[in-house]
Structure formats: C-alpha cells, structure tokens
Design a protein around this ligand. Structure first.
Ligand SMILES: *Cc1c(COP(=O)(O)O)cnc(C)c1O
Length: 389
C-alpha cells in the first residue's frame, strides 16, 4: 500500500465505500497485484464488470484502436461502434432497438421512462406504477432506489420518486394482484437477485409473469445489469427461462471495464422513444462500444458452455463441503451460504490470496468469465478451505 493513496483517499474522497486495505496496481486476466507485490486471484471481476479479466489483450486492442481515431463525438453525429453494437445486441436477443447509457442505474432509468410513456399512451395516464420485487436491487439514483425493494436503502433519502410497488419474489398471485391494484405500467425483475444474496427466481414465477404480461399489456422488464452478458452461462439470464421480455437493461460486464449501459427495447416498445424524449451525453461512447464489441463478439455458444462448465466445477467442489450450508446462483454467478459469517470467510480468502465478494449474508463469486481452469481450481480450493476453518 502506498501510504499516500490511503491518506489521500481518506482526506478527499467522500467515505461512501468501506474499502479493504489493499491497493491494486496491475494485473492480467484473473490475477491482480497489490502495491506491496502480493498476488491475488480475483473472483470479483470488479463486481461482474471486467468480463474478460484485467487488461484483456483483445479488449485493450479494440479500445486502443478506437481511442486513436475518436474518443467521443456526441450523439449529434453517427459513429460506427455504437451502431454495430446495437446491431449485435439486437441480433443476439431478438430485441429491436438499443439505447446506450453509462451505468446500470441509467439503463434502468431508461427502461422506467419507456414503460411510463408506453403505458400513458396505450393504457392511460394513471398506469404509471412499476412493480418490483422485495429484496431487489436496481440502482442508486432516487428513481432506481425507489425501484429497489429494500427499505434499508430508502430511509435517509425521502421522498423518493413515487409510482413503485413491491411484492414478494416467487409469489405470482401477489405480484399480479399488486400489478392489477396499481394499474401497473410494468413489472421489473432480476432473474437472479445479485445484491439481494444471489437468489434465483423460480421458473414458474418468471414464466407466469411473462404470460400475464402478454395477456394484460403490462410490460415485463428484466434487469440484466449483473446477470447479463454471459454471466450465468446464457447470454442473458432470461434466456434460461424461455421468455421474451419487453425491455432488458444491462451494464456491468457489457463494457468489459469501461462504463456502458444498454436498454434493449422489444417489439411493443421499440418506437416509444422519439427525438428529445431521452438522452445521455456519454451514452454510446465509441471507445466503450468498441470494447463491448470485443467482449460480446467472443461470448458465443462454445464460450457459454465453458462458463457453465466452470460454474459446475465450483458448485461440485463446494457442495456439501465443510462449513458450506448451501449454494445458489448459476454459471459464474455464485452465492455461498456459510456456517461462519461471510465477512470472516472473505477475510480468510484474502489472507490466502483470493479476492471474493459478499452479498447480504452470503459469500458471492463473480470471477472473470474467461478465468483459466488452473486459476479457478486454485481459488476454489482456497475458498473451500476458508469455509471449513
Ligand atoms: C449493479 C446493479 C445495478 C446498478 O448498476 P450501476 O452501474 O451501479 O448503476 C442495477 N441493477 C442490478 C441488478 C445491479 O446488479
């Protein structure tokens, strides 16, 4: 640790983050190095952001080439990377249009605006409520906080944006009742609640919501900010459920480490936004989009099968292991319920050169999707031992 980094951070940065006393200075793939020279296997990928690890060669080449051409031109002009990325996203999902922004919260803000405008125009001005699930996480802006179904995030920042209702996950009847009573514009879900503790929604619930959306005109929106872009072993987690959402939001891994959000619009809503309805100065930035093209272009069926195989290795190695109560998640988005408190397991892993995350009371793993088998096995063995201690 450079003494001055910690001192400067403490002196000048708003203390919103509880940081670990490690300063990361470099890395490659899933191995990162701290200022004191220590090596760590990174099972966090910057909270699901560095999809191909740190300083990935092809991603770096793609952004460097674009950087040498033009780094930003505003949305008043055409640039190729965002047009090609939108094409790739639509071709791979069957969605019709993309809106680009810079973060998960911003991608969800766009989804919410589209839902409100669509409902106002097609069903009536009173149909503005968005139904979301308890224990969900949709972002930190005042509107996406209102969407987030966790009261602990709400208390200090009242009043939040009105027009949100929360209902328990996996209770189809309650969700439909809430939507009907509120004349909802849309239902917004995460297929696996990430920040909520890596909790998967049941197929019958998700498919029931898709049926309800089709029958009722209420839109189904899926927040794929964390689950998207290959994380769960499908390109988007909704694909595991065989459904077609009306709107999909994503960010995190999409840019491979540069800020990029996308809101994908299905058939029903592809024409909802017109000129002036929405915008984002940095949205569709050509460097970020060139990086995303490099990431998304490599997430093909063979790659996804490898993600699933690597996830399976971790599940098998930890299932029933001493100190492990249960496992959750899918692909390389993994929650571990441990006998010991999750922060203690995290600390034991860190002391042994493996970086992990927590989510609620669980240890959470979000390694780079291309983590090598050797690194994955080494890290899994350390985590297994740490759970047992
Ligand atoms: C991280 C996350 C967000 C917020 O993304 P930001 O880029 O931090 O705004 C929203 N939804 C889900 C499901 C997330 O995991």
């Amino acid at each position: 640790m450079h003494e001055d980094t910690m001192a400067l951070d403490k002196a000048y940065i708003a203390p919103t983050y509880r940081r670990f006393p490690i300063e990361i200075v470099s890395g490659h793939g899933s191995v990162v190095y701290a200022a004191d020279g220590r090596r760590y296997i990174d099972m966090t990928s910057g909270i699901g952001v560095t999809a191909f690890g740190v300083a990935d060669d092809l991603w770096r080449q793609a952004i460097a080439e674009q950087l040498a051409r033009v780094q930003h031109m505003s949305n008043l002009y055409y640039t190729q990377p965002c047009a090609r990325l939108a094409q790739l996203l639509c071709e791979r999902t069957g969605m019709k249009k993309a809106f680009f922004s810079n973060s998960g919260a911003e991608a969800n803000e766009c989804a919410i605006k589209v839902a409100r405008k669509y409902a106002a125009e097609h069903r009536g001005k009173e149909c503005f409520t968005i139904v979301t699930l308890e224990n969900s996480f949709h972002g930190r802006t005042l509107t996406t906080l209102a969407a987030t179904g966790q009261a602990q995030f709400h208390a200090l920042f009242q009043p939040l944006t009105p027009g949100f209702a929360h209902t328990p996950a996996n209770d189809l009847e309650a969700c439909i009742r809430t939507a009907e009573e509120n004349r909802a514009a849309a239902i917004l879900i995460e297929c696996i609640q990430g920040e909520g503790g890596v909790k998967s929604l049941e197929p019958a619930f998700v498919q029931g919501l898709a049926d309800y959306a089709r029958r009722s005109g209420v839109l189904l929106m899926v927040d794929e900010v964390q689950t998207g872009n290959g994380r769960t072993g499908a390109l988007y987690a909704y694909m595991h459920y065989g459904i077609r959402p009306d709107i999909v939001s994503t960010a995190k891994g999409l840019g491979g480490g540069l800020p990029l959000g996308a809101t994908l619009l299905g058939e029903k809503v592809e024409d909802v936004l017109g000129p002036g309805d929405h915008g984002s100065t940095f949205g569709g930035n050509p460097v970020c989009c060139a990086g995303a093209l490099s990431i998304l272009g490599r997430i093909d069926d063979a790659f996804l099968a490898e993600v699933r195989a690597k996830g399976k290795h971790v599940f098998q190695a930890l299932d029933g292991a001493p100190g492990v109560v249960s496992l959750s998640g899918r692909g390389l988005m993994i929650g571990i319920e441990t006998v010991k408190p999750a922060p203690d397991v995290l600390k034991a892993c860190m002391d042994r050169g493996v970086l992990c995350l927590t989510a609620k009371d669980r240890v959470r793993l979000l390694p780079a999707l291309n983590i090598s088998w050797d690194e994955l096995k080494e890290a899994t063995a350390v985590i297994r031992a740490a759970c047992a201690m």
